[in-house]
Design a binder for this molecule. Structure first.
Ligand code: SF4
Ligand code: MG
Length: 338
């Protein structure tokens, strides 16, 4: 059967006063029904813009889809849909969870009313039937005393509780695809683990496909079946979880893996451990975008952008000149994935 999602050569830019920011520069991947795919990379790599474009949530202007297609469920190219058509798909077919639930929840409505409203936008249900569904959904996301919780306002809840409510809203109409953009980043470590448990549990119970955007490889290891590594608006490596963790071939992936946060260390410090900064996407370099930071960079890397080559089987590919048969042999660092 057709994949749930087929992203083909997607290019998304932002027109700014100073020029065009090429945030997503030709991203392709597929997602099967029920699959959990993680998109990883540093902030600014285009992972959030890619995810938001799938739901057509980037503001237009300044953003625009420059090229490519996003085929959803084997038929609809979401890049071609009007805002009115998209509104039907959002919530109904695709749900999204953001980093900060406070910005997406309405502070003036009880959580029960918000969940019920979301349901009634897409389904003909009485208010009381929608409220009953809201109670079921709060139970599904592990909120105890849901009958009382539905009458609370967002500010009466903890951050973790609010994120559970956001997940309930995203799931209200049984979407085929759930996009979670850094769903636990704003939460403290113990609550993060609880939210990931909820997501895993829901994935098993409902079979929804998930795209998980994160810079936290610990979260990836726990949840994802497949992983896409993005850098400077492009996919640099993709593969199954084990391919990425144990057989990765791209020096940027190696850098990310060596910066896996330990539970006892500060995340931000750990992630800063790839020296240097990503290139300016107003004027991306013509060669490999990672060349300025790559310890293995060769002359060709400055001149030509490497194509994706298969690593092991068709689903694991990497875009790096080291994969070229004539390139010098480089040992994968031991620290990269252990
Ligand atoms: Fe490094 Fe060259 Fe590979 Fe880019 S193509 S990651 S610069 S070795
Ligand atoms: Mg982001």
């Amino acid at each position: 059967s057709a994949p749930l999602l087929e992203v083909n050569n997607l290019k998304v830019s932002f027109k700014m006063f100073a020029g065009e920011v090429q945030a997503v520069r030709g991203v392709s991947f597929t997602l099967d029904k029920g699959e959990v795919l993680a998109i990883v990379g540093e902030s600014g790599c285009g992972k959030s813009v890619t995810a938001q474009t799938i739901m057509r949530l980037t503001p237009t202007p300044p953003s625009f889809i420059k090229d490519g297609s996003i085929i959803f469920d084997g038929k609809t190219d979401v890049t071609k849909l009007s805002e009115k058509q998209m509104m039907k798909i959002r919530g109904q077919e695709m749900g999204m969870i953001f980093q900060d639930p406070m910005t997406s929840l309405n502070p003036t409505m009880t959580v029960g009313a918000q969940i019920a409203e979301g349901i009634r936008k897409h389904e003909k249900l009485s208010k009381s039937a929608a409220m009953r569904r809201a109670v079921e959904l709060l139970t599904l996301v592990g909120i105890s005393n849901p009958g009382e919780r539905i009458n609370q306002y967002p500010h009466e809840m903890s951050g973790g509780m609010r994120q559970r409510v956001m997940i309930a809203i995203a799931l209200a109409c049984h979407p085929k695809l759930l996009i979670a953009d850094e769903p636990t980043t704003a939460l403290d470590v113990t609550i993060q683990a609880q939210i990931m448990d909820v997501m895993r549990d829901i994935q098993e119970k409902t079979g929804t496909a998930i795209i998980l955007i994160t810079h936290d490889l610990g979260v990836v290891a726990e949840m994802a079946q497949r992983v896409i590594v993005m850098y400077a608006g492009k996919v640099v490596e993709q593969g199954d979880l084990n391919d990425i963790f144990y057989k990765s071939q791209h020096p940027y992936t190696w850098g990310l893996l060596s910066s896996v946060p330990r539970l006892d260390s500060d995340k931000k410090a750990a992630l800063a451990s790839i020296p240097g900064t990503p290139p300016d996407l107003f004027a991306p370099p013509k060669g490999c975008a990672f060349a300025a930071r790559c310890p293995y960079a060769m002359k060709i890397c400055q001149e030509q952008d490497p194509e994706h080559l298969p690593v092991s089987g068709p689903t694991h590919t990497a875009a790096c000149w080291l994969m070229h048969p004539d390139a010098p042999k480089v040992e994968r660092p031991v620290a990269a994935g252990g």
